[in-house]
Design a protein around this ligand. Structure first.
Ligand code: ADP
Length: 758
């Protein structure tokens, strides 16, 4: 009992699903006039299917074929119609699409019986006229209009001397009738120019004999398919091929499925497009649009299509074709025919080229990098070598005066009572001064290298400066057979504005070299001035220092102003010197805006020319230098000397005591602070680097306790550029760089204690 009920329920559910499917999936009945395999029919069908597929909607299609092309006889057609009617009777159909006239006639005949209220869409129907419907409704579609005139005109454009036109076709089918009537309508407009011949319903063997006799100037229009030699209807393509095989005349047609089989071309109907239009209309109707709202499409864009092979065969000029014509079967160029091969070959060649270029580039970069590395390495090695040479040379230069100092000191100590002690001490001081000169050179050079040269601008007596220098050097030349003279130009101003100390340094350096490298002959100094503009104070001082010394070898001339390496260029020389002098001189002159050059002949002598820009000033503007008549006098002071080096401490203590001051000594900052806690002093001399507590820290404590009431003078071997400023900022009142001269010490003490004393 339960089982029966369950089965019934299943059947009911199944039926309801089927009903629902029947409702949702529309069934379209497609009836073709002709048979499957006929390109016209197949093209239409393909257009229908592809349009439904692209719609994305559910659909099902049933297809029937009337086969009217192969069996055009009335009685067969009737039997065929009855068969299809049997097929479709009792089947729910949502819409009917018919292709070509026979199928269209069939649905019209069976409208009430089989397709009542079913929308009907037609395509490929020749020259549709509304009267054809006989008042029936719910029918729309696309009419087939072959382009007879356009095709004929295109053919005449290609073959203008044509006089005869042969139209091959039948007379039974509506297509044939319609085509013939079209030709008949346009014939009058070609009267006198063309003669039209309708070859209809001619048995194929006869037809083929007839076409064989035609001249190439006659145009054949194949207006339908023909039967084969066995009497059976052929498809369109084989129909064309058969005619073509038996004639010398060009063949034209009206449908695109003729193309490629032997027709020259024409303005051709496209079957697939008919199918597409009909399917689009069917989809709109299924979506709810009333067929009456979709007017019959009369103008389907037929296209001018031509076969390149036929055009060539008949030597027809493409240029005569209507605008927009498409030519098919054009032979491909070698490139097009082997496009794939070319692309692969091209890609391989490009890839290889890229690889080759990349490799070349990589090799080039590698080579370049290698060269750069080698050059950098060479430079580094050269620089290193130059520095080593420089250091070796410096060591030599420093050791030489040191040897003198130490040796003479030993001599003096060994013979304390000897009358030579005074001479030894004088020589020791001289060696010390040489040493200081070397060290100053090095310092100067480091300043120059760092670009930190600071130039002063003071008014000074340039002539006097030169005269003093000449007197200085003359003293040293007493033992040599060399004369030193100064030639001053007439128009020279007495005083100028410039950096006196630096100009003196340059001058001393160059004259010093001349003296050093000249054993015999003369050294001449010339100074002339050149005013830049008449009323301008600016002028150039032109110096010329010439000697009759050993000269400079030609191959070394270019390098004598260079740093480090320069001294190394003269390894065999017997003269002393740092090898830095000329480098400093050149940099100083250039920093002042001047220039220097040299002329020299080995064994004959050397001349240095240099110019320095200055400003002329009036003599009274010349700065009044410090009093030259000995140290300033100050009353007796209490001085705290803080110095960890016992020799320096002793030197300071003795020197200050000699000047009449009371001296207390401390060996480091802490000791100094301890002394200051119990003792009162007028001034503190403070070394910087000391054990226990350094001078900077000790000075900070002093400042905390005494403010600036107690002057503190920094004594340090830190004598580089900027050191003075640094110590002044730390709170020192003054700064003295080691080695300290008694003269400088006296002046500084007088200065700081003078400031303090009201
Ligand atoms: P140095 O301290 O060695 O003299 P310089 O830089 O002043 O250093 O000079 C560099 C080199 O130029 C000297 O070593 C010397 O060989 C050459 N030189 C400079 N001036 C003269 C000169 N008047 N006569 C010959 N050679 C000179």
């Amino acid at each position: 009992m339960w089982n029966k009920a369950l089965s019934l329920l299943t059947v009911l559910l199944g039926l309801s699903v089927l009903c629902a499917q029947a409702q949702t999936v529309p069934n379209i009945l497609v009836i073709h006039s002709y048979n499957p395999g006929l390109s016209w029919t197949d093209d239409i069908h393909q257009g229908i299917i592809e349009t439904f597929s692209a719609s994305g909607k559910p659909w099902s299609i049933s297809t029937e074929y009337l086969d009217a092309k192969r069996y055009p006889h009335e009685h067969i057609l009737r039997m065929q119609s009855e068969l299809i009617a049997t097929h479709v009777r009792d089947h729910a159909v949502s819409a009917v699409i018919v292709s070509d006239d026979a199928a269209f006639d069939f649905v019209l005949q069976h409208r009430d019986e089989l397709f009542e209220n079913v929308p009907i869409i037609f395509c490929g129907v020749n020259n549709f006229q509304p009267e054809m419907l006989g008042g029936a409704e719910g029918i729309t579609g696309v009419s087939e209009m072959i382009s007879v005139r356009e095709t004929l005109d295109a053919a005449l454009a290609l073959q203008p001397d044509t006089r005869n036109v042969v139209i091959i076709g039948g007379s039974i089918s509506s297509t044939d009738r319609s085509n013939r009537s079209k030709f008949l309508r346009l014939m009058p407009s070609y009267a006198g120019r063309l003669r039209f011949h309708f070859w209809q319903d001619i048995p194929t063997p006869v037809l083929l004999e007839k076409v064989e006799t035609l001249s190439p100037k006659t145009l054949i229009f194949l207006a339908n398919a023909i039967a084969g030699l066995d009497g059976r209807m052929l498809d369109f393509g084989p129909s064309v091929a058969l005619v073509k095989a038996n004639t010398q005349s060009p063949i034209y047609g009206f449908w695109d499925f003729f193309l490629g089989h032997g027709i020259v071309g024409g303005k051709l109907v496209n079957g697939a497009e008919h199918g597409r239009i009909a399917a689009r209309m069917a989809l709109q109707i299924l979506d709810g649009t009333a067929p009456a709202d979709l007017p019959v499409v009369r103008e389907v864009a037929n296209r001018y299509l031509f076969d390149h092979r036929e055009l060539t065969r008949f030597n027809l000029d493409e240029k005569a074709l209507p605008e927009g014509s498409v030519i098919v079967h054009r032979p491909q160029s070698v490139f097009e025919a082997n496009k794939r091969l070319f692309l692969i070959f091209g890609s391989v060649v490009i890839t290889l080229l890229v690889i080759i270029i990349s490799l070349t580039l990589v090799m080039h970069i590698r080579k370049q990098t290698l060269l750069e590395l080698q050059s950098a390495r060479r430079k580094a090695e050269e620089a290193n070598e130059a520095k080593s040479l420089f250091l070796a040379h410096m060591s030599h230069e420093i050791r030489t005066p040191l040897t003198g100092i130490m040796g003479l000191a030993e001599l003096a100590l060994g013979n304390p009572g000897s009358p030579n002690v005074q001479e030894y001490l004088t020589l020791i001081r001289q060696s010390g001064q040489n040493l200081l000169h070397i060290i100053n050179d090095i310092l100067d050079f480091s300043k120059v290298e760092a670009g930190k040269i600071e130039l002063q601008n003071t008014s000074f007596d340039v002539q006097n400066m030169l005269e003093v220098a000449i007197a200085f050097f003359n003293t040293g030349l007493k033992e040599k057979d060399v004369t030193l003279s100064l030639v001053l130009a007439q128009e020279l101003p007495r005083t100028v504005l410039g950096d006196e100390n630096r100009i003196r340094q340059i001058f001393f350096n160059l004259v010093g070299n001349a003296v050093k490298f000249t054993e015999k002959g003369k050294i001449e100094l010339r100074l002339s001035g050149l005013t830049c503009e008449d009323d301008s104070p600016r002028m150039m001082l032109d110096f010329e220092i010439s000697d009759t010394g050993c000269g400079i070898p030609a191959d070394k001339l270019h390098s004598i102003f260079e740093r480090f390496t320069q001294a190394a260029h003269f390894p065999t020389r017997t003269y002393q010197g740092t090898g830095l002098g000329l480098a400093i001189v050149k940099q100083l002159i250039e920093a002042m805006g001047g220039s220097i050059r040299v002329q020299s002949t080995e064994g004959t002598g050397t001349t240095f020319f240099f110019s320095i820009p200055v400003e002329r000033t009036l003599p009274e503007e010349a700065a009044q230098g410090p009093a030259q008549d000995g140290e300033p006098r100050i009353h007796e002071l209490s001085v705290l000397v803080t110095e960890d080096n016992p020799i320096n401490r002793l030197f300071l203590q003795r020197s200050l005591e000699k000047l009449g001051h009371r001296v207390i000594c401390a060996t480091n900052g802490q000791e100094a602070l301890d002394i200051l806690a119990t003792d009162t002093v007028d001034c503190v001399l403070m070394d910087i680097q000391m054990p226990v507590m350094d001078g900077s820290l000790a000075t900070r404590y002093i400042r905390d306790k005494f403010g600036h009431d107690l002057p503190v003078i920094a004594l340090t071997a830190h004598a580089m550029q900027g050191d003075r400023e640094k110590y002044m900022e730390e709170g020192f009142d003054e700064y003295l760089a080691k080695p300290i001269s008694i003269k400088d010490l006296t002046m500084i003490i007088a200065h700081v204690c003078g400031k303090k004393t009201p």
